[in-house]
Design a protein around this ligand. Sequence first.
Ligand code: ATP
Length: 220
Amino acid sequence: MTTVLEIHDLVVRYGAATALDGVSLTVGAGEMVALVGPNGAGKTTLVKTVSGLVRPAAGTVSVSGRLAQVPEGREVFGDLSVDDNLRLGGWRNGRRGRDTTAVYELLPGLQRVRGQKAGRLSGGQQQMVAVGRALMARPTILVVDELSLGLAPVVVDDLVRHLAELNREQGLAVLLIEQNARLALHLCGRAYVLEAGRVVAEGAGLDRDHRVMAAYLGGA
Ligand code: ATP
């Protein structure tokens, strides 16, 4: 399988504290992979390193194709319309990217609110805007940070359905970073469990692995 994201032996330190201690992880083309773990495990640090905001002390990150991110907390521009939020996702190096039509086709719920200010939308709709904005970059891999945070289960279900559809029908690879382990492990074919900066478990079917669930994921 072609690899679209390959992280090898990544070490990140904040001063004397080691946030990532030799993390390796791969995502194949068209694959959906979960990264789960408790608060403070290093998930956010990994996302920041992948997107170049944090410089590793050692290790490598290689991306083949284009990587786009749905950031934790969504970070939509509240005073701008949904349409303008999407357009911002299409700007690359000062050049205008794809037009919004394809994204509205993929996420029809956004089409209905395209003229509204993003800040007036519900949390779930804002999360959808963040996904749509990331899709504007025509990514081969989408890194989604805490999709479910602060959202009602029924809203999360809807978002998850869309992500699974994008994965299945568009072949979009997804790295889903989640504190909600049950959700992420159920959705993704393969998963990594991060604890205190190290990968402590990885593979398929971890949600059926009682040892892993009890030891690292609070039996979630
Ligand atoms: P959360 O779910 O709370 O975001 P996380 O799994 O994303 O947790 P990180 O935020 O990556 O974990 O933090 C990993 C470790 O690095 C934690 O011990 C945290 O206290 C520490 N850390 C994170 N950012 C900094 C920073 N800027 N300076 C110092 N230590 C930091």
